[in-house]
Design a binder for this molecule. Sequence first.
Ligand code: NDP
Length: 279
Amino acid sequence: MRTVALPGGETVPALGQGTWNMGENRGEIRREADALRLGIDLGMSLIDTAEMYANGGAETVVAEASAGQRDKLFIVSKVLPSNASRSGVPAACERSLKRLKTDRIDLYLLHWQGGHPLAETVAAFEALRAAGKIRYWGVSNLDTADMTELLEVAGGQACAADQVLYHPDSRGIEFDLLPWCASHGIPIMAYSPLGHHVRRLLGSPALRAVARRHRVTPAQVAIAWGLRHPMVISIPKAADVAHVRENAAAATLELTPADLAEIDAAHQPPGRKQALDLL
Ligand code: NDP
């Protein structure tokens, strides 16, 4: 599995697994945890979750999948903006740790920016880091101007990732946020790499043509497309084991310049600044 370096040098798998929509239905939890476990066995040992997903239910699925193998995993979770105060962050973190059945979160993200000042959230993150409850912290859904502001607050330079929407139909970050993060050594975690509502993106004639040439699926092309950038970590979500196998295999798919040009023609790169796309 290719890796991406966090600021500080530790490496994480470039391809991980998302968990949004997992844990919603009790009857599905075992199947979802099995899918995550298969993904871990196939090298996708970075798992992205959040207190928001199924009101903590997704973290419970992650706990089930990580039983007996916690040390192999790099667990990412997120605090809601409404909890991102100096006292709210440690309380939310404790609740997540309990649901995750672990003593530490590897990377703890601010899910999106809300009413609490970034300086307060960062101070709370840094205190959690000092206490060993989290190993790194980062943000999600922050655009370039917000990132610039973040790096100016006390402790802000320790930001280890920005998790944002990134797939062939949503590539505005290539204009400024992606190069900005890369120049600061901050990885981008690409969320919804399959477009979330997959039918539209995976029906793309360009992705399908590239897939046919490589004898792979359009989903694999979409994942490999995101991973072509050395600072991008991709976190597709799959509860179906066939999807998990397919996604894991995409880590070794190399797209050619001709493939990328064909995708560019149909899913154009940004020619100017675009507001950050959110889901
Ligand atoms: P994705 O783009 O990962 O798409 C998920 C959908 O794709 C599911 O319906 C899944 O089906 C399907 N799928 C997975 N693999 C394949 C495949 N090989 N072929 C066809 N279909 C496939 O969307 P998400 O929005 O879930 O994004 C991924 C993760 O990113 C989330 O789960 C979450 O962890 C994170 N995220 C973060 C956000 C943020 O604000 N920070 C916002 C959105 C997402 P099935 O499950 O049945 O296998």
